[in-house]
Design a protein around this ligand. Structure first.
Ligand SMILES: Cc1ncc(COP(=O)(O)O)c(C=O)c1O
Length: 386
């Protein structure tokens, strides 16, 4: 091992648990993958066209560090119209390289070595990594199936120490599909105020909700001044490969993030910014169509898993189901490993997503209906053999 060349922060980092499953799946024929967390849809045609037109009209240069003003204006309008939260497009929005960059910018700009960030888990695999890479400490607070994987505000409160700098919430949730309640989010707002904390709210799945309204955290009273809203286009508009997202917040915080962004990436991909603009202006009918289709698949997968005996709570957002697989007597890692090798279905062990994920697995239903039906048959056959 030559790990001494790497920084301690990087050398000590575990690779993503998701990767291992992709690598095994890639060696097999006939795999049904419910592993990847991305839409199976390609980007809607008008958005594609806007990207192509941008290229053809010579939009091949850097943009303002903040991103093109047309996109920031459209985004500001969009957030105001949907959630009633106002961000000044000139100074309070930065267009980023996906929600991923927004997350890392926030961590780098906010954290001093040893600063703690409280994170309800199971969560998106990059949350802990972003905090650790920025020199901070990720403090995991497990959510429970009994609470439909929403966090328990008392547990969050109990995790606050003098080193706590921020709370990072991500709802609708990857990997559980949970949404949080307005009451619980208001509790977070109260704690942030009392302990002078920043809140990072990752709402990248805001449009993918089923039968509930998305609660936009910075729209809650008294939150705006100490909140960064992280968002994107990848999931809502099926634009993962374009690499575009955003962060919005009060100018005093955005100023800091912009400095990091400026030195790290300069500006988000120009073509993607024009495509993102089209998404905001004309993407709505496509979002609604995709949401309706995800909902149909969600019902199929959740009821199918429950019928097989893998208890699955009803996810109200994103595009994941989170069945309890350890009822079979296998731990989540072994269950997923054997399911992949024996029945060629890829799902991800829950422990990859942090504390509270053990015993569960993440199955993404952003895949064709027929594929999901076939996957359910295979899972049933596998569970029947155990
Ligand atoms: C909760 C959450 N936040 C952020 C991201 C980052 O998405 P992107 O960088 O494609 O915008 C993801 C992607 O899986 C996610 O699940």
């Amino acid at each position: 091992m030559r790990d001494h060349y790497l920084s301690r922060r990087v050398a000590g980092m575990k690779p993503s648990g998701i990767r291992k499953f992709f690598d095994i799946a890639a060696t097999m024929k006939d795999v049904i993958s419910l592993g990847v967390g991305e839409p199976d849809f390609t980007t809607p045609p008008p958005i594609l066209k806007a990207g192509i037109n941008a290229l053809n009209s010579g939009q091949t240069h850097y943009t303002s560090n903040y991103g093109i003003i047309e996109l920031r204006r459209a985004l500001s309008k969009h957030l105001e119209a949907r959630y009633g939260v106002h961000y000044n497009p000139e100074t309070e929005i930065v267009i980023t390289v996906g929600g991923s960059e927004a997350l890392n910018l926030a961590a780098i700009a906010l954290l001093n070595p040893g600063d703690e960030v409280i994170i309800p888990t199971p969560c998106f695999v990059s949350y802990q990594a972003a905090v650790i890479l920025a020199g901070g400490v990720a403090v995991e607070v497990p959510c429970k199936i009994e609470n439909n994987f929403d966090f328990d505000p008392d547990q969050i409160r109990a995790a606050i120490t003098p080193r706590t700098k921020a709370i990072l919430v991500g709802f609708p949730s990857n990997p559980t599909g949970a949404v949080s309640s307005r009451e619980h989010l208001l509790e977070i707002a109260k704690m942030a105020e009392e302990h002078d904390l920043i809140v990072l709210s990752d709402e990248i799945y805001d449009r993918l909700v089923y039968g509930v309204e998305h609660v936009c955290y910075p729209a809650l009273p008294g939150t705006y001044d100490r909140t960064l809203l992280l968002g994107g286009f990848s999931k809502d508009y099926a634009m993962t490969g374009w690499r575009i997202g955003y962060v919005a917040g009060p100018e005093h915080l955005i100023n800091g993030l912009l400095r990091v962004h400026q030195f790290m990436v300069m500006s988000a991909p120009t073509v993607a910014q024009y495509a993102g603009l089209e998404a905001l202006l004309n993407g709505e009918p496509y979002v609604q169509k995709m949401v309706a289709e995800y909902d149909r698949r969600r019902k199929l997968l959740v009821s199918g898993l429950n019928q097989i005996g893998l208890a699955t709570f009803e996810p109200k957002g994103a595009f994941y189901a989170f069945p309890k697989v350890d009822v079979t007597g296998l731990d989540d890692e072994t269950f997923c490993d054997r399911l992949l090798k024996e029945e060629h279905v890829a799902i991800i062990p829950g422990n990859s997503f942090g504390a509270g994920g053990e015993g569960f697995a993440r199955a993404c239903y952003a895949t064709g209906y027929d594929q999901l039906e076939e996957a359910l048959e295979r899972i049933e056959r596998f569970v029947g053999k155990l």
